[in-house]
Design a protein around this ligand. Structure first.
Ligand code: CTP
Ligand code: CA
Length: 225
C-alpha cells in the first residue's frame, strides 16, 4: 500500500465506495449474480484509507477481508445497496461506484424452492434502481461522483455516454474482454474520462491502479474545504 498511496493526500476527506456484485434472489436457494470479485472496490477502500480518508465501504456478497480502518456495510441485493449508499451519503466528499450492480432483478422472490415442472421456465425481471445516477442527482451529492464502466467493445463511446447520461465527474472504464484483467483477476487497467479528457492508467495490480485513480480524484478535490 505504501507505494500505491501518498499518505495524507485524502486526509480529512470522506469517501464512500460500493463494491462487489449484487445477488438477486429467485428463491431460498437460487439467485442471479455476476462475476465481480469485489477486489477493485476493496483495493480502492484500502488505498483511500491509507491516504488518510475516512472510508465507508458498502459491499455486496464477496469473500474479502475488510481493509484496516474501513467502515464496512454488507448488503446482498441492489435495492439494499441503494438504501445503504443513500443512508451513508450525507457528508461524503467522494462517491465511487465500483460495484457490479445487477441491472435486473426477479419481479418476485419465491418464498419456497421453485420446483422443476415444464421443459422451459420464464422468469420475469424488472430494472433495478441506478444507484450511481441517483447519487449524482441527489440533494446530498458528494463533490465528486465517480463511476465504473465494464465494457467489451466501443469503450470510449459507452464510457463517455455513461459519464454524460448519469451526470458524473469521472468514469473509469475497463475492457473486460482483455486477457488477464478485470473481473476475477488480480490486475486491472483503466481508461478514465472526464468531460474533456482521457487518462490511461496502465496495467498493474488492483492496488496500484487504485492508487493512480485516487491520485486523480485527490487532485480534483484540490484545496476544496
Ligand atoms: N450502476 C449502479 N446501479 C445500477 C447499475 C449500474 O449504480 N443499477 C453503476 C455501476 O456501479 C457503475 C456504473 O453504474 O459504476 C456503470 O455500470 P455499467 O453496468 O457499466 O452500466 P449500466 O448503466 O448498467 O449500463 P449497461 O450495463 O447496459 O452497459
Ligand atoms: Ca449494468
Amino acid at each position: 500500500l505504501a507505494s500505491a498511496s501518498r499518505p495524507s493526500l485524502l486526509s480529512g476527506r470522506q469517501v464512500l465506495i460500493s463494491a462487489g456484485p449484487t445477488f438477486e434472489d429467485l428463491d431460498p436457494v437460487r439467485f442471479l449474480g455476476n462475476r465481480s470479485s469485489g477486489k477493485m472496490g476493496f483495493a480502492l477502500a484500502a488505498v483511500a484509507a491509507a491516504m488518510g480518508a475516512r472510508v465507508t465501504l458498502v459491499a455486496g456478497p464477496v469473500s474479502l477481508a475488510t481493509p484496516p480502518g474501513v467502515q464496512r456495510v454488507d448488503v446482498r441485493r441492489a435495492a439494499q445497496m441503494r438504501d445503504a449508499v443513500l443512508a451513508a451519503l450525507p457528508g461524503q466528499d467522494v462517491y465511487i461506484g465500483a460495484a457490479a450492480v445487477a441491472d435486473y432483478a426477479p419481479v418476485e422472490t419465491q418464498p419456497q424452492k421453485i420446483k422443476k415442472t415444464g421443459e422451459t421456465l420464464a422468469v420475469q425481471l424488472v430494472r433495478t434502481p441506478d444507484i450511481l445516477a441517483e447519487v449524482a442527482a441527489h440533494a446530498a451529492r458528494p463533490h465528486l461522483v465517480v463511476g465504473f464502466a465494464a465494457e467489451t467493445n466501443d469503450l470510449d463511446t459507452y464510457a463517455r455516454d455513461k459519464l454524460r447520461r448519469k451526470g458524473l465527474d469521472l468514469i473509469a472504464a475497463n475492457d473486460v474482454s482483455a486477457q488477464g484483467i478485470g473481473f476475477e483477476s488480480e490486475d486491472n487497467a483503466l481508461a478514465v474520462f472526464d468531460a474533456e479528457r482521457r487518462f490511461d492508467i496502465p496495467r498493474g495490480t488492483k492496488t496500484a491502479v487504485a492508487g493512480a485513480l485516487l491520485a486523480l480524484i485527490a487532485e480534483r478535490l484540490g484545496t476544496r474545504a
